[in-house]
Structures are given as structure tokens and as C-alpha cells.
Design a protein. Sequence first.
Length: 233
Amino acid sequence: MRVLVVTAVPAERDAVTRALGGSSVITAPGAELHRAGAFDVLAGGVGPAAAAAAAAFALASAPEPYALVVSAGIGGGFAPAAPLGSLVVASEIVAADLGAETPDGFLPVTALGFGRDRFVPPPALVREAADTAGAAIGPVLTVSTVTGTAARAAALRAAHPGALAEAMEGFGVAEAAERAAVPALELRAVSNAVGPRDRDAWRIGDALAALGEAFGKTAPVLEGWTHHDRHRG
């Protein structure tokens, strides 16, 4: 069975496919898939809505079911637990800003009585992928607006103790995967610290290199996540 990898932008997609030995391009409804062995890699766009739409199209149009969907790319890390260039595998994929602002603070969508605000990837797969890649394990937050202030970073830390990273696509990918009854995983390489916006401190090239290296190491683990494996975690 095949693995679908969804990134936000082509640079992330290309980092993954290079690590997998190169790719061929396959045009699918609503998407351009880059096929590398058992992996189909898709640059689905920035943000949870674009990521969900792209993943859903790919899942629905696949000639055979996928065994696994991976949201992958670079993101911000919460220092000091996730320093620049490090890797994070999500123990939870959390929609950190889906809900409502109230006079008493932010309420997640679940507190409003509907929806969900997180997905939990298969724990056994999380452990195996993290061990193989040398990644930390912890919640990864999905946000629609990248954090750019110390106050917002502190608020996210308070609301989500133990969160290691933030990015913009994981929850959308997981939502699409859930509706297709396919397990989802999120893997992030840290390019910047969550907090005040400082472009001079970003290490995008290093993070892309780390992302590619992670896929080079974890490809056998991800490819081996068969129907039987899904029930181990």
C-alpha cells in the first residue's frame, strides 16, 4: 500500500522526494503528485483549508487506498524543547485557534459543544518514526496565523502545555485522513522559534535539510505501516 505525504510548498515537497531518491510527476484531479517509490508527495498549499482540500482530493482520486497520510514540512519550535534544526513527530495534532474568543479568553471549538480540536496519530507509529528519525515527540499545533509575538507564544504555551511546535497544515491533513479512514502522522523540522518574528534568525535551509534526512531514515518505517500495523498502536 502507498503513503501520501502532504507538504505546504514545493520546497518542502522537493526536500522529501530528493531524500526518497527522486520522483516522477503524476497529474491527478486537483493535484500534482510526485511519486517516489511507495510515496506520493503533494504540495497542497499553505494553511489548514488548502491542506485539507488537497489531501481530500488525493485520497478520493487514488486508484488504490493509501495506508498512511503524513503531514510534513518545516515549522516553528517552542524553545528550548524544540531548537532550530530539530525534528518533531506529533503525539497530538491540535487545532490551536479553532474556537471563539470570549471576555474570559479563548474557548476551543469542543468547549462550544461541537466539532473536535485534535487528532491522535497511532502511538506505535509515532514512537517508531521518532526513534528512527531522532525526533522529539509532543503535540504540534496547527494555526491559521503564524505566531509573531511573545504574548501569543506565551498564550499558546499556557493553553497547550508540552506543545513542541506549530505549523499551518497538520490539522487539515488529519481531518481529510480521518474522513477517509486512513491514519495520519505529522512530522516537522524546526526552522524558527515560536515567538517574536525575526527573519534573520530563521534557518529554513537547515530545516529543509533535516526534513529530507528524516524521510531518508523513516521511509522504511512509513512504508511498512500496513493494515496490520495500524492496529498495533
